[in-house]
Design a binder for this molecule. Structure first.
Ligand code: HEM
Ligand code: HEM
Length: 171
């Protein structure tokens, strides 16, 4: 099981990254606050189809990131391994960039990114189940908040990964 998840993880990460970039970049053109319009149009329909795809694939990727030693890298606050994160935060306060290897702040950020995406996908699914009713507005508001938090964390993730690549090129 673990070996299969390991093999799938690259393809899953790439699929989720491309899907999320589309979902974020196309969001200004969405028009479906209370319900899916009778003729939804490409952007609305693509959002729902890709959003549901993300909701189905994400638990598999989440399982990959929660097994073995990855659990303490991505979720150190769950396993009580906050030492490297604290070192990174102390370094950051002195102007030192966090280490890209061996867990710490950047890996914890990846765990938080996964949870924010899970919340975004679940609130999107919640909206889909009740769309057309009064409750749809509450799910819409929750979904927009989760999507914005996710967008912010994704920006930090991409910045963190770029620092890693810069480090790699410099060495
Ligand atoms: C613009 C889109 C993205 C880019 C360019 C990107 C890039 C990367 C790269 C290069 C790594 C490897 C970092 C390393 O080994 O140090 C990585 C790891 C990771 N990314 Fe992304 N990513 C993106 C989107 C996402 C999204 C949407 C998620 C959430 C599902 C995500 C979750 C993760 C996680 C959990 C890891 C750690 C994987 C592991 O330890 O096996 N990334 N990302
Ligand atoms: C279960 C699947 C999903 C459904 C049914 C869904 C549905 C919706 C709906 C109804 C809106 C409001 C549209 C409007 O303003 O007219 C919305 C907005 C949005 N959704 Fe989703 N969504 C889903 C999954 C996702 C996922 C996985 C992401 C992850 C990136 C995402 C990102 C966004 C963003 C960025 C917005 C715009 C937020 C803003 O206005 O700032 N959605 N979605």
């Amino acid at each position: 099981m673990k070996a299969l998840l390991e093999r799938l993880s690259g393809a899953l990460h790439l699929t989720l990254a491309v899907a999320c970039l589309w979902l974020l970049a196309s969001s200004p053109w969405l028009r479906m606050v209370r319900h899916l319009p009778a003729s939804p149009g490409f952007v609305n329909l693509a959002h729902v189809v890709l959003g549901v795809t993300v909701a189905v694939l994400l638990p598999v990727y989440l399982a990959h990131c929660s097994l073995g030693e990855r659990r303490q890298l991505c979720f150190p606050w769950l396993t009580g391994h906050m030492g490297a994160v604290k070192r990174d935060l102390a370094g950051l306060a002195r102007g030192r960039l966090p280490a890209a290897e061996g867990g710490g702040l950047l890996a914890m950020l990846e765990g938080l990114l996964l949870l924010a995406l899970l919340a975004t996908a679940l609130t999107g699914a919640g909206w889909l189940l009740v769309q057309g009713s009064q409750a749809a507005l509450t799910w819409y508001e929750l979904h927009v908040t989760c999507a914005r938090v996710f967008g912010g964390l994704l920006l930090l993730h991409v910045l963190g990964v770029s620092l890693h690549l810069l480090d790699f090129v410099r060495n």
